[in-house]
Design a protein around this ligand. Structure first.
Ligand code: HDD
Length: 726
């Protein structure tokens, strides 16, 4: 631990002090919000008489240039678009607060991390990386998790992802990475997908990305909902305490509802059935008064500790395993309010890793160092000029005083004649605060100027193996399929083969199975058909034993908190259950289901052959035509003989059973409802409809109560792997 000068008490900061609460940002934004109002006016406040007809010389005559209403309306419309973000274009935002539950004052003097109980307003934007602004929510992709905290000491942006590592070690490679993964430039194909030649060509020549690739091709990149994913600050940052001592830190957001994913088949189908799947979930939850919640965690360690590890903490392709430094949960993040206007808030919000507050500082991670330039730079293009900081969503709640002036669209009206420093005419204000302001950690730096990569960044496979070893057999199976899919989409054989060589360095069985799937290995004994129904159990058994020696992993063979199947919180909260009904349905059972699921924080969505009243008191809010099993977490079929007879004649209802079964989600049927399960070609004939059913999440009960209790428990379990396939 290095020790430096003690931080002075910020005596002269008194006129800078602000007291905030969780509502402060919304109050601030409200000074700019506008309601529809009565009379239609133009932008200059002139009341408009008729906005539907241009001014003409005669009813059938030519338009007149003097029609300033028309020209203004058209002019504004013609300029409505701004460039989308070069990456993370597709995103969704919400307001909320951050609350500290345990002080970190031993490590930092940042007020936001030392004032226990304080609620700091936040704005969070979740995003995919690759797709364009209008692309679907659910491709296989890394998710952005960008948090802007409007602290009393200025804005702190934690611009992270849902994956704790990155593809590259040095920011100078970022444009290459992004060019490679974005749609190919000659034909702009494919949209929002990494599964194409240019990406894997680049990756096959960039072995440092192999750890991140293991995460990318795991279920982590198919989150079910925003609050089913973790967030990571990725880089190692510094914390500085009041005595000037420095520690290293990694920041984490842990979802209260646990990390849960979709399946690849679901993700692809949802992209068509409801491209706004996650955006809609967030919107509806907050609109109905619900919240999304994460715990805030830190891994704090000293330079001495880091010196004992066989990886470099400045290398963003490495995690610090939680087994080496446990995550201390010291706060929470709560999202509780939708935006009023998507463009003004979510589109115009500008995040920058350089927004940090006193008590937190950068490290020499070469990826982080490069990011400190890129974000400021990009906002100029996207938001059009240097005054984007004044936009309501971007402006801090902490007071702003400086000598910056003018520029496009300046909002602030600075009084006085002084806009320079030093000055006598303005009493030398605003004044430099010295050590009471933001002071960079005075790390001693020496070295020869070189374009080079440290040797300590040289191990590219050790943590990729650690990740692989830490997966459950089912997770490994999904990864085999993901790799097989992505490489099969590459048309250039050379690219596919080069990737197999890297995979073999991670794990031979993984490489072998993918090689077989993409036609690079003849059928040999012992290699299971990937995805082949009959071999699935063998494949899983074989993958269970597929482990590799690690390196750069702090001596660990496996690490905790990497698998999404182990140690995650389980809850039925937020889950949506499709309840299939038709005339003659047992209305009481439907009502019981609605009640029981609501009590568990879940939701019953009644789906009928058509919308409207299906039986007395049973109202279908969705129909078989505008819903699909991939949009739900489970299926419930209530009793009622006539109802089930109607449903059994509808292919969409049978499809509900088949896909819910195939996607390993709970299937529940009460009394006569059992018949719909048996009518499905997928489930019929399989022994899961008998006694073994509950182990596979197939819940058949004669009464509503017991079936619903079992359904709530099954929802919390999320998936039931190993169902026999028809
Ligand atoms: Fe980045 C946006 C996260 C590396 C350059 N990045 C952006 C966003 C997130 C991240 C969440 C969206 C913010 C929003 O919602 O507006 N980026 C990361 C993480 C990285 C990372 C976790 C690695 C640890 N990024 C990275 C590098 C560079 C950039 C190395 C360039 C040197 N990122 C950008 C950008 C973007 C951006 C081009 C596009 C839009 C924006 O900044 O505001 O400047």
């Amino acid at each position: 631990m290095d020790s430096h000068r003690k931080r002075p008490t910020p005596h002269a900061l008194s006129d800078q002090s602000v007291t905030l609460d969780e509502h402060s940002k919304i109050e601030d934004l409200s000074t700019n919000t506008a309601n529809p109002g009565e009379a239609l006016t133009d932008n200059m406040g002139h009341v408009v008489s008729d906005d539907q007809n241009t001014l003409k010389a005669g009813e059938r005559g030519p338009g007149l240039l003097e029609d300033f209403f028309f020209r203004e309306k058209m002019h504004h419309f013609d300029h409505e678009r701004i460039p989308e973000r070069v990456v993370h274009a597709r995103g969704t935002g919400a307001h909320g607060y951050f609350e500290l539950t345990e002080s970190l004052e031993d490590y930092t003097h940042a007020r936001v991390l030392t004032q226990v109980g304080k609620r700091t307003p936040v704005f969070v934007r979740f995003s995919t990386v690759v797709g364009f602004r209008g692309s679907p929510d659910t491709p296989r992709d890394v998710r952005g998790f960008a948090v802007k905290l409007y602290t009393e000491e200025g804005n702190w942006d934690l611009v992270g992802n849902n994956i704790p590592v990155f593809f590259i070690q040095d920011a100078i490679k970022f444009p290459d990475l992004v060019h490679a993964i974005k749609p190919e430039p000659h034909n702009e194909i494919p949209q929002a997908a990494s599964a194409h030649d240019t990406f894997f060509d680049f990756i096959s020549l960039t072995p440092e990305s192999m750890h991140m690739m293991m995460w990318l091709l795991s279920d982590r990149t198919l989150p079910r909902a925003f609050d089913n994913m973790e967030g990571f600050g990725v880089h190692t940052f510094r914390l500085i305490n009041a005595a000037g001592e420095s520690h290293f830190v990694k920041f984490h957001w842990k979802p209260v509802l646990g990390v849960k994913s979709l399946l690849w088949d679901e993700s692809q189908k949802i992209a068509g059935k409801d491209p706004d799947f996650q955006r809609r979930k967030l919107w509806e939850t907050l609109d109905e008064g619900g919240t999304l919640e994460w715990e805030f965690g830190v891994q704090i360690f000293s330079a001495e500790q880091a010196g004992t590890w066989d990886f470099d903490i400045l290398d963003a392709t490495k995690i610090v395993p939680e087994d080496l430094v446990p995550v201390r949960r010291v706060g929470r993040l709560v999202l509780n309010r939708n935006v009023d206007n998507f463009f003004a808030e979510t589109e115009q919000v500008a995040f920058m890793p350089t927004n940090i507050v006193p008590g937190i500082d950068f490290t020499n991670d070469p990826l982080l160092q490069g990011r400190t330039f890129s974000y400021l730079d990009t906002q100029l293009l996207r938001l059009g000029g240097p005054n984007w900081q004044e936009l309501p969503i971007n402006r801090p709640l902490a007071p702003v005083h400086n000598n910056q002036r003018d520029g496009h669209m300046r909002q602030t009206i600075n009084r006085g004649r002084v806009s320079y420093f030093p000055n006598r005419l303005g009493g030398n204000k605003p004044t430099h605060m010295g050590d009471a302001g933001f002071v960079s950690y005075p790390e001693e730096v020496r070295g020869t100027k070189r374009r080079a990569r440290a040797e300590s960044f040289g191990d590219h496979y050790g943590q990729a193996r650690l990740f692989w070893n830490s997966m459950t057999p089912v997770e490994k199976e999904h990864m085999v399929k993901a790799w097989s899919f992505e490489l099969a989409m590459c048309e250039e054989r050379e690219v596919r083969v080069r990737m197999l060589e890297h995979l073999a360095r991670v794990n031979e069985i993984l490489a072998e199975q993918v090689a077989y799937a993409i036609g690079e290995l003849p059928q040999t004994e012992g290699v299971a058909e990937p995805g082949g129904a009959q071999d699935s159990a063998d494949e899983v058994a074989r993958l269970a034993g597929a482990e590799s020696p690690t390196s750069a992993s702090g001596g660990l063979h496996k690490a905790s908190a990497l698998s999404m199947e182990e140690g995650q919180p389980q809850s039925a909260k937020g889950r949506k259950v499709a309840v299939l009904v038709a005339p003659g349905v047992d209305a009481e059972q439907v009502a019981q289901a609605q009640q029981a699921l609501k009590a568990a924080g879940a939701q019953a969505v009644v789906i009928g052959p058509r919308l409207g009243e299906i039986a007395p008191g049973v109202h279908a809010e969705k129909s078989l035509i505008n819903s699909d099993p991939v949009l739900f977490d489970a299926l419930l079929i209530p009793g009622g003989e006539a109802s089930v007879r109607v449903l059994a004649q509808r292919p969409e209802a049978l499809h509900f059973v088949a896909d819910t079964y195939r996607h390993a989600k709970p299937l529940a049927a009460i009394a006569e409802g059992h018949a719909l399960l048996s009518a499905s070609p997928v489930a019929s004939g399989l022994n899961v409809l008998g006694d073994t059913g509950p182990a596979f999440g197939i819940l058949k009960g004669s009464g509503a109560d017991a079936t619903l209790t079992a359904l709530v428990a099954a929802l919390a379990q999320h998936r039931f792997w190993g169902r026999p396939q028809a």
